[in-house]
Design a protein around this ligand. Structure first.
Ligand code: M6R
Length: 612
């Protein structure tokens, strides 16, 4: 859950490293540091963000054309300067950066202490670098070989990059469970946790696989071996993303940019898959598994956080449209629950980053038990798509804001396409109705464009409720997951406590919370069991709660009861989750801004959760 960048080549390393860290800051931002090799290993690190590191390094010598850098999200040891990466080995001849967790670090540490090593930080990383040094000293082997031997003794996850005073033109890197991408330039190499720091220099990349060790040496070909010492041929791929997708493009925050990108990102998710005029859907990524999915004994969706909410919408979509039974599980629970699962089951894993540790572990468990695993993922080449049998990329483009927005609607778009494709295969929807549903789906980005213009009323609501301590979000059917997602968005970026509930469950407990200070957000489109939701609104009204309702355009009835209404265009019920979640994203954004919060990098959070 940290960001790694490294560079070796003819250019100055420092600006490349800093820019790279800024692009990776979404992965962690409690401390940052770097080492530039130039004669010795010059290390600079500090608590805080990359901007604090820049300030700290301001008047110091940073020249050199090889370096490694790190932005941290603390796991072992509090976020302070000592625990920040890089870490020196005891002799200060090696410096390491690390993303991941070394699970057996305390036994390794004890052994090293026994052999005279002293430790200055509370990190597992310092243990690893000293282990490598110890091996190199005792066995008189190269740095690459020492790394390989050390990694055979390590239990846990790692992405590492190491510099050595004795090999001043080499970076050794390795991964297991945490991502690493190598960029191959004309006469330079870039290394990073994802491709965002690399894209402006080269589009040619190699995704390092688990238990592989790479040697990036000036003026030499890239060398990769696995930790069993087998030489491997690097597989060079071309990056799909563009540089402009990584910039704020005139918006103050990535989150707002990403909210406004949704008409585009949803169109991209549907491109080449939805053929509304012909009345067909083609999902190339899972074509070989369609029959398996259709005849699965059970379909189980596993995911975390926002992706889990998308999965819940998927449950409604699959059951309602395709008449396929679905269970949705938190990956973190599934992996430890000893679930009953076998080769007749299909698991759909959903993840924006493709790196979420719990989701990856749940996939491995389901795979071991023989299930077929399909993925829905945004980041191409990340770990989850590589761990699944087949899958569909969402094509939402890079999502930098820690709060997921466009990734959520893209995931729901893919689940909608899957549900419709299953219905097409089953032939359980009359053709004319099916054609109509596809046309409505195709038109959804236009509806979203229209509803994105609601800025005035949402800002007014945000102003009115910016100082409250609690919010309740209620919805029924398809809109229950939307309520959960709306509440998650608000709490993670504004730090206001918010809960999502099925509206009818309110009377079984949460209704006790309602008084004149409690804002209650209802997702109440004129579809499904509308009248029942109106009754729930009346129940809140009777207890003086403040009502904010997401309603279908022109709904005069709720307008009379609610304190505030946000209108969304009329559409089919199954498309409302995508439409209704957007004003909730904007509400969370505006409340957070008014409270002075950092919406792109909320406290204690990071974009990809690569630890348990
Ligand atoms: O990358 P993933 O979709 O696997 O991430 C799962 C969650 O960590 C993520 O959705 C998280 O809940 C978001 N920050 C919510 O906005």
């Amino acid at each position: 859950m940290c960001g790694i960048v490294a560079y070796i080549g003819p250019r100055e390393a420092y600006p490349i490293l800093i820019k790279g860290l800024q692009r990776l800051e979404y992965r962690g931002y409690d401390s940052a540091g770097l080492v530039i090799a130039n004669g010795g290993l010059n290390m600079y690190k500090t608590k805080g963000k990359v901007s604090d590191l820049v300030e700290y390094v301001k008047d110091q010598k940073t020249s050199g054309s090889i370096g490694i850098a790190h932005t941290r999200w603390a796991t072992h040891g509090e976020p302070n300067q000592t625990n920040a990466h890089p870490h020196y080995s005891q002799s200060r001849k090696l410096a390491i950066i690390h993303n991941g967790i070394i699970e057996n670090y305390s036994s390794l540490k004890e052994e090293l202490i026994h052999r005279g090593y002293e430790f200055h930080s509370d990190t597992d990383t310092e243990v690893l670098v000293n282990l490598i040094e110890d091996i190199q000293t005792n066995e008189k082997v190269s740095l690459e070989e020492a790394v390989r031997i050390a990694l055979n003794q390590v239990i846990g996850a790692y992405a590492i990059a190491i510099l050595s005073v004795d090999s001043p033109d080499t970076i050794v890197a390795a991964r297991k469970g945490s991502p690493l991408v190598i960029g191959i330039g004309k006469d330079d190499y870039f290394l990073a946790s994802d491709a965002t720091p690399i894209i402006e220099y080269t589009k040619n990349v190699v995704y390092l696989e688990d238990e592989e060790v790479a040697v990036l040496k000036r003026n030499e070909e890239l060398k990769i071996r696995n930790i069993k010492n087998k030489e491997l041929t690097p597989y060079i791929q071309e990056l799909e993303w563009n540089l402009h997708e990584l910039e704020k493009g005139g918006y103050e925050h990535f989150m707002m940019k990403e909210i406004y990108e949704q008409p585009r990102s949803i169109r991209d998710s549907m491109r080449g898959r939805l053929h509304a005029q012909e009345g067909t859907i083609s999902l190339g990524g899972i074509i070989d598994y369609e029959q398996k999915l259709l005849h699965a004994r059970r379909v189980i969706i596993i995911a975390c956080g926002t992706s889990w909410h998308a999965g819940l919408v998927g449950e409604y979509l699959f059951e309602d449209i395709a008449r396929v039974t679905v269970e949705v599980e938190y990956a973190s629970e599934f992996r430890y629950r000893n679930p009953i699962i076998d080769e007749d089951d299909v698991v759909i894993a959903i993840s924006q980053s493709g790196e979420t540790a719990d989701t990856l572990a749940a996939i491995e468990l389901a795979k071991q038990r023989g299930a077929t695993i399909l993925g829905i993922c945004n980041v191409v080449g990340s770990s989850i798509p590589r761990a699944t049998h087949a899958g569909i990329y969402t094509h939402a483009g890079p999502e930098i804001g820690v709060a997921s927005t466009k990734a959520f609607t893209a995931q729901v778009t893919i689940l909608t396409l899957m549900a419709l494709r299953l219905a097409e295969l089953k032939g359980n929807i009359p053709k004319s109705r099916f054609m109509h549903l596809l046309a409505e789906l195709e038109n959804l980005p236009n509806h979203i464009e229209k509803s994105l213009n609601n800025r005035g009323i949402i800002q007014e609501i945000a102003k009115r409720f910016q100082d409250v301590s609690n919010f309740l979000y209620l919805g029924r059917g398809y809109n229950f997951p939307v309520a959960l997602e709306g509440a998650l968005k608000l709490k993670e970026i504004s730090y206001i406590h918010a809960e999502g509930y099925p509206a009818a469950e309110m009377k079984h407990g949460p209704i006790a919370l309602i008084d004149e200070n409690m804002p209650v957000v209802f997702i109440a489109p004129k579809k499904g069991i509308y009248e029942k939701v109106v009754s729930n609104i009346q129940e809140v009204k009777a207890r003086n709660g403040k009502i904010i309702a997401i309603v279908t355009e022109g709904d005069e009835h709720i307008k009379k009861i609610a304190d505030y209404v946000i209108e969304i265009p009329e559409t089919e019920e199954f498309l409302i989750p995508m439409l209704a979640s957007i004003p909730l994203q904007k509400l969370a954004y505006h409340v957070a801004i008014l409270r002075g919060c950092n919406v792109d990098q909320p406290r204690n959070l990071a974009k990809s959760v690569t630890v348990e």
